[in-house]
Design a protein around this ligand. Structure first.
Ligand SMILES: *[C@@H]1O[C@H](CO)[C@@H](O)[C@H](O)[C@H]1NC(C)=O
Ligand SMILES: *[C@@H]1O[C@H](CO)[C@@H](O)[C@H](O)[C@H]1NC(C)=O
Ligand SMILES: *[C@@H]1O[C@H](CO)[C@@H](O)[C@H](O)[C@H]1NC(C)=O
Ligand SMILES: *[C@@H]1O[C@H](CO)[C@@H](O)[C@H](O)[C@H]1NC(C)=O
Ligand SMILES: *[C@@H]1O[C@H](CO)[C@@H](O)[C@H](O)[C@H]1NC(C)=O
Ligand SMILES: *[C@@H]1O[C@H](CO)[C@@H](O)[C@H](O)[C@H]1NC(C)=O
Ligand SMILES: *[C@@H]1O[C@H](CO)[C@@H](O)[C@H](O)[C@H]1NC(C)=O
Ligand SMILES: *[C@@H]1O[C@H](CO)[C@@H](O)[C@H](O)[C@H]1NC(C)=O
Length: 765
């Protein structure tokens, strides 16, 4: 056989063929997710998105549509999604998909590439041509990936914690349009846990002292911490249960496979009162917490009680929510197992899986591969292999969670034969800040597919927080439906045209913004620093000291030029919500870089005891740059502290609950723990937060430096940290309400900031 042909076959026959069990997953023909029901769900989505113009689309779903299998595998091959679109004689567009998700993704593709429209977390641009552009022949959109996964166990706390159904509905629509078919569905699980604990015999105070507050539930679920920010009010449970019912029914209506939680072994200490002989280990403290809110109790998966609690939980869960057979749980997330013996590790995964199959014989375990990354000194090949191989091949799906930067499949022989999903993590803590690894994202999924003996079964997105950098998520979603990488510069230009509705006509504003996006893609979105974690460490959002990290992964010159281009295009495009968001975001990024430069001046002036320079640089920071940034952010609803806190309070039934949610919301953004245990991990550049938190802290720092210099005293970091902690804590409990509606004129403010700071920026390059 000729070698070219061999290569072709390797590319065309995806690994999925090896996991027939996974092909059986998916919505059954039941009434909620029959083919016609899925088509109706997409039609309703289009009504929400397009209003009266939705009548221009005719949607149908047929799961056995010819070609609904991977290319080259024949009719018995794995199920993958396809959508075919054609123009009807009357000008309407017909979209026929193998699932609701496929149909929605197909229409989205048509909206993007034929109508130049745009849908994102930070605004839509939906000026539809009338009549719709004609498709010549058939437009066929298909994916090589059985699964398109979405969410991270942390995003339920960092992003969706305060969401109501309206916001969830919008997100599920976004998922469908972006082709997601394997989303986490973690809402409301505490309702089920509460019932399980009660039936085991725990009393109410033992239960309440275990759950953390809403903003910290992700880490309570993973066994990292407990109690802090709680107790959860009963109204919370009622609300979350109703929400989860709606979430699941909508996800299923689109033909998605929602992933439900399963038991990991994390138990409330009260279990020891009920079962004194249980084989429970108390873990050490997690992160910088001490044992008052951490040091969880973990039940040995080999103890028969593990099976009992695990299967009790799962049967109660399935009874309450139904099931699509995929369950996520993570034993040992950021925690070191008690033994490294391979036999122990396979026994652990065997027991966890057995507790699932006892309830659901068709169970598939979805596991985050994060543990292997977070402690690679423990997880050597023998340990990884035994944990993974404790479960039958094809019944465990591993999420290669941070594959754009630290892919694990390549060093584990493709997870020793277990199927895996290549995931882009992209964001830690939901921080603000432009960031992307566009080259790795563009190449990674294709490399994973071509890897020798690859067990790739999908691609995914696992950001800790969302509602930032929408461009990166649009790119990643689209790549799942492409045969090869895109030309990134060209893609960036088209993205700008869709996002701002500048069309292909080469208008001045269109040219300026396309050029701006090409510069952003070549620079700030093109991080190629090995092992780089996108965690905003700008001095702006960190507790000040004299040795702060001001390194960048990109050259600021192209960023400043993109800033100039955006400001130049602003008068023409400021009516577009999408543009206003980006004008704020790019200006914010430029100010963040400038802030570092003024910070370096401050440190230099202090070290060389030059008071006038210290006062000048410090004065610019505290009296102008930070207040201007705050005013800029306040102009946009996507950058408002008041919006976050307002949503939190709106879930409360009374003032006591409101105060608890308010504290949760503020603490997560700032102290992250009672004593600043994970200080500023989830930092955000939001109007209100910049003014009352970051700027207050900087003001204290500069004031302290001035006093020290004046009195000839050295700067004492420990004393400053204590004083800063009072400021930080003061913010969490300041009781102030912040605007939840935009204020001020973005054009005027952005132009003023530009005139003042752009020359400074160039001078400081
Ligand atoms: C669905 O597609 C299959 C295969 O192309 C076809 O045989 C069947 O008639 C279609 N079903 C409907 C309801 O159109
Ligand atoms: C729950 O049980 C604990 C431990 O026995 C006990 O200290 C506590 O008073 C009980 N609480 C209630 C509300 O019964
Ligand atoms: C708990 O598990 C460990 C590890 O296998 C074992 O050594 C110990 O005897 C067990 N303890 C109980 C009480 O079963
Ligand atoms: C990683 O595992 C080793 C044991 O192999 C342990 O000593 C160490 O504390 C762990 N590190 C972390 C960060 O958990
Ligand atoms: C792929 O699998 C085959 C059959 O199991 C094996 O012979 C071959 O060595 C594997 N290739 C790699 C690169 O692991
Ligand atoms: C936009 O760029 C195109 C291509 O370079 C050029 O032909 C056109 O004249 C430009 N439009 C404006 C208004 O500058
Ligand atoms: C990203 O940077 C690399 C060099 O570090 C370069 O080769 C590549 O072309 C850049 N990508 C884009 C989209 O500009
Ligand atoms: C644990 O941390 C809390 C919160 O910071 C603190 O109040 C408490 O004193 C600490 N406990 C111990 C034993 O250090």
């Amino acid at each position: 056989m000729n070698s070219c042909l061999l290569v072709l076959i390797l590319v065309l026959v995806p690994a999925q063929t090896r996991f027939p069990f996974l092909d059986r997953l998916g919505p059954g023909p039941g009434p909620g997710s029959s083919d016609p029901a899925q088509a109706r769900a997409v039609a309703a989505l289009l009504r929400r998105l397009l209003g009266s113009r939705s009548g221009d689309f005719v949607v149908s779903v047929n799961r056995s549509l010819a070609g609904g299998t991977s290319p080259g595998t024949g009719p018995a091959g794995p199920r993958t999604d396809v959508c075919e679109l054609r123009s009807l004689r009357d000008g309407r567009v017909a979209a026929a998909g193998t699932s609701g998700v496929a149909a929605a993704a197909g229409v989205h593709n048509y909206l993007k590439y034929f109508c130049r429209c745009h849908v994102s977390w930070t605004g839509n641009q939906l000026t539809l041509p009338d009549p719709l552009p004609r498709i010549r022949g058939v437009l066929r959109i298909s994916t090589a990936h059985r699964f398109r996964y979405y969410q991270n166990v942390c995003s339920s706390s960092y992003s969706s914690v305060w969401w109501d159904w309206t916001r969830w509905q919008q997100e599920i629509d976004w998922m469908a349009l972006n082709g997601i078919n394997l989303p986490l569905a973690f809402t409301g699980q505490e309702v089920v846990w509460q019932e399980v604990y009660r039936s085991l015999g725990l009393n109410q105070s033992e239960i309440e002292e275990f759950f953390s507050g809403p903003a910290f539930l992700a880490w309570n679920r993973m066994g990292n911490m407990n109690r802090f920010g709680g107790p959860l009010p009963q109204s919370w449970h009622v609300n979350q249960l109703a929400l989860q019912m709606k979430i699941l029914s909508r996800m299923r209506a689109f033909g998605m496979i929602p992933v439900l939680p399963a038991f990991s072994g994390n138990v409330p200490p009260g279990i020891l009162r009920l079962f004194p002989g249980a084989n429970v280990t108390r873990l050490g403290p997690w992160s910088h917490f001490n044992c008052s809110f951490s040091c969880s109790y973990v039940l040995d998966p080999r103890d028969p009680l593990f099976f009992r609690i695990g299967s009790l939980f799962l049967s109660q869960l399935v009874k309450t929510f139904g099931t699509d057979h995929v369950y996520n749980t993570d034993t040992f997330n950021e925690m070191t197992p008690p033994y490294s013996d391979p036999a122990y590790l396979s026994a652990v995964s065997r027991s966890v899986f057995a507790s699932m199959t006892a309830v659901d014989p068709d169970a598939v375990w979805l596991m985050q591969g994060w543990l292997f990354f977070s402690n690679s000194s423990f997880w050597k090949p023998a340990q990884i292999r035994s944990l993974l191989r404790g479960v039958p091949i094809g019944r465990l799906i591993v999420l290669d969670l941070f594959a754009e930067t630290e892919p694990l499949y390549s060093s584990t022989q493709s997870f020793y034969g277990q199927p895996f999903v290549w995931c882009m993590l992209h964001n830690f803590g939901g921080n603000s800040g432009l960031f992307g690894t566009v080259e790795a994202v563009n190449a990674g999924p294709f490399q994973a597919l071509r890897f020798p003996n690859s067990t790739l079964v999908g691609v995914g997105m696992a950001p800790e927080g969302i509602e930032q950098n929408p461009v990166v998520y649009e790119l990643m979603s689209e790549l799942a439906w492409r045969r090869e990488p895109v030309d990134l510069a060209k893609w960036a230009s088209l993205y700008a045209a869709r996002r701002y509705g500048t069309g292909g006509g080469g208008s001045a504003a269109g040219n300026l913004t396309a050029a701006a996006w090409r510069l952003l893609f070549a620079g700030v979105y093109n991080c190629t620093v090995p092992h780089y974690k996108n965690h905003n460490h700008s001095p702006l959002v960190r507790r000040p000291n004299l040795h702060m990290n001001t390194e960048l992964w990109y050259d600021p010159a192209p960023l400043y030029e993109a800033w100039r281009l955006m400001v130049a295009a602003a008068p023409d495009l400021v009516q577009q919500e999408t543009f206003r968001y980006d004008l704020v975001d790019v200006t914010r990024q430029a100010l963040q870089v400038l802030m570092s430069s003024f910070y370096r001046d401050v440190v230099d002036a202090f070290r060389s005891k030059r008071m006038p320079e210290l006062l000048t640089a410090g004065g610019v920071l505290v009296y102008d740059l930070l207040p201007e940034l705050n005013r800029l952010l306040n102009t946009n609803r996507h950058f408002l502290l008041g919006a976050w806190l307002g949503r939190a309070r709106s879930l409360a039934l009374d003032e006591k609950e409101a105060a608890l949610y308010d504290m949760n919301g503020r603490n997560q953004l700032t102290l992250w723990g009672p004593g600043g245990e994970i200080l500023d991990y989830a930092n955000k550049q939001w109007g209100g937060l910049v003014e009352d938190y970051y700027a207050q802290r900087w003001s204290l720092f500069l004031q302290t430096l001035v006093e020290c210099l004046d009195a000839g005293r050295p700067f004492r970091q420990d004393a400053f940290d204590r004083a800063a902690f009072r400021v930080e804590k003061g913010f969490v409990y300041n009781g102030r309400t912040y605007p939840s509606q935009p204020q001020g004129d973005v054009l005027e403010i952005a132009q003023r900031i530009f005139l003042k700071y752009f020359p400074q920026a160039l001078k400081r390059l």
